[in-house]
Structure formats: structure tokens, C-alpha cells
Write a protein that binds this ligand. Structure first.
Ligand SMILES: Cc1cc2nc3c(=O)[nH]c(=O)nc-3n(C[C@H](O)[C@H](O)[C@H](O)COP(=O)(O)O)c2cc1C
Length: 235
């Protein structure tokens, strides 16, 4: 199989030896893409074509995001799902009028959850109900309290926001794996979002994942990913 072709193509065209060099068009869902294909084919979608993703697709995406890892497994994030066009239009000027925000099928507004006291209580109850040995739970909670409860507000927020980005990564790659597109958006007015979405103070809007079917220009489709070289990044 020509991996070069796969890397450069859209995810719909696969050249395999069995087709003796001709391009075989597969519907997006016919063949599960490899992890490498998911990573190489994913692009930030700057505009969507207005087609909604289905309830099923959304549900599958949320499940992939739910499984994201977090430090201590505290899961210090919540995401508000925005589907309503009027609400998207309200968020657009708070997001530099980026087209992703208004054209997306759904916006997932990822918020850092800084209420560590409530979260540790929820985690303790959940782990015990899940069958975790109580001494393990007691030990984990002790470690967590020692590490987190003494942090000031800014440190708590920074810690929680770091975890949010892992959930975002699951969402970005998850959308690609499920056959639709996504764009991360962190250029927005967090205070404005807080007000528009009527969020409680412990939920701080951190990054938005806009999802839908991308509308790409031909030049965008052909553009190779630019990244620094391995030796620039790893030492
Ligand atoms: C955390 C994060 C925030 C981003 N915020 C924005 C944004 O506000 N607007 C935008 O157009 N792109 C945004 N991007 C997209 C990046 O510009 C894009 O991922 C990067 O240029 C690499 O391109 P690629 O994702 O297509 O490979 C964001 C990406 C990340 C990871």
C-alpha cells in the first residue's frame, strides 16, 4: 500500500496493491483509519460547511473525550455543548468573529473546574462505587489533598487548565477518527464566555472545540503540514 498517497490524500482515497495503482474511493467509514493516518490527516478546520454532525457521532465523540486521562484521575473539567445558532452567534464576537464558531455543528466549550473539594468528593464516591479498595482510595485522596488543596486560585486554575488540553486532544483526534472535522479555538474572551454561558465561578472557559464537516479550499486540501524537524524538538 502506498503510504505516501495516504498521507497526502484526503481520507477518502486509498491506493492499494490490489487495485494495481488506481485510486480506490472508499466512503469515510468503510475502513478504520490507522492512528498514523488520523494524526497526519487531521487539520484545524477554519470553516465548516453547515452540515450538522449526527447525535450518534456527537455521542461517540463525547465518549472518546470522556476517556481522556488526567492527573490523579481528578477530571477537573466540564464542557458545555453549544448547538443553538443564536448562542453561537452571541459567542462569535467574543471569539474575534472566527468563522469556525458560527459555522460549526457543535461547539464544546471546555472549562477548567477549579472546585477541587467537590471533585475529590465525587472521585472518592465514584471510585468506591466502582469497586476500588478503600485503602487505595484513602491513599490517593491523601496525596491529592497534599498536592492540590494548598494551591492558590491562580495555581489551581493553571493545574486544571493543563488537564483540559488532554481532553481537547482526545476531541481533536477523536473527531478525525470518527470521520468529521474539528478546530481548537482559544482566541476568545473568557469573561465574555462566562457571562454568555452563565457559568458558575468555578468553571473557567479554557478552550473551545468546534466540530462539524470542514469546508476547505483546494489549496488548503493540498497543503502539507508544517512542523519543526525532529532534531529541533527532541534533544
Ligand atoms: C490550543 C489551541 C488553540 C488554537 N486556537 C485557535 C484559534 O483560536 N483560531 C484558529 O483559527 N486556530 C486555532 N488553533 C489551530 C492552530 O492554529 C493549528 O492547530 C496549527 O496551526 C496547526 O495546524 P493543524 O492543526 O491544521 O495541523 C488552535 C490550536 C490549538 C492546539
Amino acid at each position: 500500500m502506498s503510504t505516501t498517497r495516504i498521507r497526502k490524500s484526503t481520507r477518502m482515497i486509498v491506493r492499494s496493491e490490489s487495485t494495481r495503482g488506481s485510486a480506490r474511493i472508499l466512503p469515510r467509514a468503510t475502513r478504520a483509519p490507522s492512528f498514523e493516518e488520523i494524526v497526519r490527516e487531521r487539520y484545524a478546520a477554519r470553516r465548516f460547511d453547515g452540515r450538522p454532525i449526527t447525535r450518534k457521532q456527537l455521542g461517540e465523540l463525547l465518549e472518546l473525550i470522556r476517556l481522556a486521562p488526567t492527573s490523579f484521575n481528578l477530571q477537573p473539567w466540564r464542557a458545555r455543548i453549544v448547538e443553538d445558532a443564536a448562542l453561537k452567534a452571541k459567542l462569535a464576537p467574543l471569539s474575534f468573529n472566527q468563522a469556525q464558531v458560527t459555522t460549526a455543528s457543535h461547539l464544546l466549550v471546555f472549562c477548567a473546574n477549579t472546585d477541587f473539594e467537590a471533585l475529590t468528593g465525587q472521585l472518592r464516591r465514584g471510585m468506591l462505587a466502582h469497586g476500588a479498595p478503600s485503602e487505595r482510595v484513602v491513599e490517593l485522596l491523601g496525596n491529592m489533598r497534599a498536592a492540590l488543596f494548598g494551591l492558590d486560585a491562580a495555581q489551581r486554575l493553571a493545574w486544571a487548565q493543563r488537564q483540559v488540553y488532554l481532553a481537547l486532544a482526545h476531541g481533536l483526534l477523536g473527531a478525525q477518527a470518527l470521520g468529521f472535522d474539528a478546530c481548537p479555538v482559544d482566541e476568545f474572551d473568557a469573561t465574555g464566555y462566562e457571562q454568555a454561558l452563565k457559568l458558575p465561578p468555578h468553571l473557567v472557559p479554557t478552550v473551545v472545540l468546534a466540530v462539524g464537516q470542514a469546508e476547505r479550499t483546494a489549496s488548503e486540501r493540498e497543503r502539507e503540514k508544517y512542523r519543526y524537524e525532529l532534531q529541533d524538538l527532541f534533544f
